[in-house]
Ligand binder design. Structure first.
Ligand code: NAD
Length: 486
């Protein structure tokens, strides 16, 4: 049977979800884009078919715990079925759901919003959950990767449904149920996708509420997730505020935190290819990706050639005055500390150019400007297609400046060089979770490079590019003096 919901079913889900919006629960989230935070009302859990959507964390956690017990009964076959459902529905509905999310969040690029859903099939599944065994003189030892139970997952506005879909695949492959607290700016998209997944899971497997979602996410609902005893661990995907809050919560948290990935370009490399790769990664979804190229340090001997190559590959240079004007719109200067305002995050280069007092053609993929190493566009994670280019006199100067810009987030870094000594030096100095050599940043997630995809890269707490094993407890069984058959 096809797992693709037909158009009428999808419309019904969206209609039902949207029909329930309009009540006005308290919106207390501190996130800046309150304007797009929806007012959502969803039937209480006493309703027989709320498809995983709850307004109350306690009810959501209890329902998810029941879902977890049902999943345990279904074994690996049930996990695989859920993964098949989530992958096939996400891919089949990529265009509609990507458009829905684009219209809700009003950030990024439509084609890339759709593309991020189509590639969800690259997230790994139950094949990662293999036990380890050892047989020796004193018997055997067997270790299994077991579920935690219910996971609380906090997701960003930059990729609402892709992060949710990727997390479900990883977490259910490991045998867990989930309660999502999405970013308020992307909650309608989250509710739409999660309702649809639950409906299909219930129809195929008879499991209700395996994936729950808080329909009116707030700081209070985050706090309630931290305190709920049925929720064993949390997975946080977001910026410094939520990561700090999770780390202080007392609940074990796997934190996929902020980044500000620096790029170094040296004089040994094909400059045209380096420029094309940097634009491919940095312009993707208007630079919303946490792994995306955010600032470039280039050896001054190849600066002019590099900037000409950026122009030749579709980026447009703006003047120092224009970038300074733009930075005054993009950042608040609070006693020497720059704070990103959200208004221009993920916007098109054309809109950024207007804010900079200039204009660029509709074909412009990205803006760039030469700045110094302390410019706010270099130092802050700007999440928009405006790339600061810093000329450096030596490779050592490039590394020092890149380390400063990366803030020891240990997230991502990129180098374009053919010199392995320099590659090694940068890898050791930056100490990032992801380090891409001679390709776009996206190659680090299996898109044109080797490796698997995840939308939650556990940088802060060190689990790395998350996969099913990330969401397991390791448990050991030992048989003494027996069952060893060698
Ligand atoms: P954000 O930090 O504003 O929000 C992320 C989530 O945390 C949302 O659900 C939000 O409602 C919640 N939140 C925010 N502040 C909170 C607080 N003080 N207490 C409780 N919850 C809070 O981030 P965003 O704009 O949605 O996403 C962009 C950020 O996320 C960037 O910093 C980016 O680098 C990071 N990110 C990291 C990864 C990764 O895999 N490491 C992936 C995507 C995004």
């Amino acid at each position: 049977m096809s797992l693709n919901l037909d158009e009428e079913s999808l419309r019904n889900i969206v209609r039902n979800v949207l029909a329930q919006m309009g009540n006005e629960p308290k919106q207390t989230c501190s996130c800046k884009n309150k304007a797009s935070a929806p007012n959502v009302y969803v039937a209480s859990s006493s309703s027989s078919s709320n498809n995983g959507i709850f307004t109350d964390v306690k009810q959501a956690a209890e329902a998810a715990f029941e879902g977890y017990k049902q999943l345990c009964k279904g074994g690996f076959a049930a996990r695989q079925k859920v993964i098949d459902i989530v992958k096939s529905m996400t891919v089949a509905n990529a265009k509609e759901w990507g458009t829905f999310e684009f219209n809700e969040t009003k950030i990024g690029r439509l084609a890339d919003k759709i593309g991020k859903l189509e590639i969800v099939k690259l997230v790994p599944g139950i094949e990662w959950i293999r036990p380890d065994s050892y047989s020796g003189d004193f018997g055997i030892m067997h270790e299994e990767y077991c579920p935690y139970g219910v996971i609380g997952s906090i997701t960003p506005v930059t990729h609402s449904v892709p992060t949710i879909a990727g997390n479900i695949i990883n977490m259910v492959a490991a045998g867990n149920a989930i309660v999502f607290n999405p970013h308020p700016g992307g909650v309608k998209s989250a509710v739409m996708a999660i309702s649809a997944y639950n409906q299909a899971i219930e129809k195929e497997l008879g499991i209700k509420n395996l994936i729950c979602c808080i329909a009116n996410p707030t700081l209070e609902s985050f706090d309630a997730i931290c305190k709920n005893d049925l929720i064993s661990i949390m997975c946080i995907t977001g910026g410094p505020g939520v990561v700090n809050a999770a780390m202080k919560s007392g609940k074990k948290s796997i934190c996929a935190g902020p980044g500000n990935p620096p790029v170094i370009v040296d004089d040994t490399v094909d400059i045209n290819k380096a420029a094309a790769d940097i634009i491919a990664g940095g312009a993707f979804d208007n630079n919303l990706l946490c792994i995306g190229e955010k600032e470039v340090f280039v050896l001054e001997s190849v600066l002019d050639k590099f900037m000409a190559a950026l122009s030749a590959n579709g980026a447009v240079k703006i003047s120092s005055n224009a970038v300074d004007k733009l930075s005054k719109t993009v950042f608040d200067n609070k006693n020497g500390h720059y704070v990103l305002k959200r208004d221009l995050v993920g916007k098109d280069p054309q809109e950024l150019a207007m804010a900079a007092g200039t204009s660029v053609g509709s074909a412009a993929k990205m803006l760039f400007a030469q700045t110094d190493a302390n410019h706010p566009f270099v130092i802050e994670e700007q999440m928009m297609p405006m790339l600061p280019i810093v000329a450096v006199r030596s490779f050592e100067e490039a590394i020092d400046a890149a380390m400063k810009a990366e803030h020891n987030y240990r997230h991502s870094a990129i180098i374009h060089s053919l010199d392995v000594t320099r590659m090694t030096a940068m890898a050791r100095a930056l100490n990032t979770t992801l380090f891409v050599k001679n390709g776009p940043s996206t190659a680090g997630l299996g898109l044109g490079g080797e490796g698997y995809l995840s939308y939650s890269i556990a940088t802060t707490t060190g689990e790395g590019i998350s996969n099913p094993k990330t969401f397991t407890r390791r448990r050991r069984c030992v048989m003494v003096d027996n069952l060893n058959i060698f």
